[in-house]
Ligand binder design. Sequence first.
Ligand code: AQP
Length: 326
Amino acid sequence: MARVLSGIKPTGTLTLGNYIGALKRFPAFQTLHNSFIFIADLHALTLPIDPEVLKKNAFDLAAFYLAAGLDPEKTTLFLQSQVSAHAELNTILTNYAYMGEMARMTQFKEKSEAKKEQAIGLGLFTYPVLMAADILLYDAEIVPVGEDQRQHVELTRDLAQRFNHRYGDVLVMPKAELSKVGARVMSLSDPTKKMSKSDPKGNIELSEDLASVRKKIMSAVTDSDTIVRYDVAQKPGISNLMTIYASLKEISLENVEKTFAGQTYGMFKKAVADVVCEELQQLQERYQSIVASGLVHHVLKQGAQRAQSIANATLQRVKAAVGLWL
Ligand code: AQP
């Protein structure tokens, strides 16, 4: 069985973008593949974050993973920081990554743009190397991510190739797997920007009150046209709402166009709000019952043990290859 690996940073309250681009897709992988899903808490340190908030976010993320349908018997669910091999492989791999390629990463450019050079942490700069370590440690062949992370997976492939070229077939080549619809959910207040945890005005949070969710969708920025048609360049707002609707209903964009032919934007927005609220209500109920069960810490402890045994074996292979004592 091929190994699948993906993770989410516990940097804030999860959004509908995280859900459609990542969370919702993960359970399907656990039936066909050997699946590893983690909470990227080391990655969350790349921008300033309050320690208590980080701990709470990590717990909530674990609970939402379970609420979205991850079964801890089928998926190894763990905290990145509880498997020290991630930090060790990161240290080794930094020697094979180039400053130029790190500086070209879109996410680094976006996240560092607003900061003065002296205040940009090295962790933010080398983020893709840690992400490469995360993936390569598990010999993951499939990496389900949103469009925004495709570049980082490409860099992981470059690093693996560079390493293998020098030391032989040590690392397994991974591949990004994007969803057909919903790989990039956009902000509701500015549909030319990605929906992000750090943009509460334009996002929908998974734990958000449903009345507020409905209000945000009904007032989402659209255009002055009246036809529900998918056209990202001319109609980014409507196209984004269509993506959300199609992803949650698991239908094609053409099907959405047909369903809403002749209907007003108001009618379409109401249908989008209905489907989002229905999905979130179920998710929120499952989240509440998982938190009440008190199982989250146990699941993460068991997951860390399983992850350690796989990750340590890869680390040994890498150490031996580069000439470190075992
Ligand atoms: N808007 C999105 N549309 C589709 N997929 C998305 N993902 C995130 N936003 C969208 C996918 O969620 C997974 C985890 O992402 P992450 O939280 O680790 O990192 P991020 O992409 O940087 O998320 P945010 O929300 O933008 O966080 P902040 O605000 O902290 O930077 C990935 O698979 C990602 O593609």
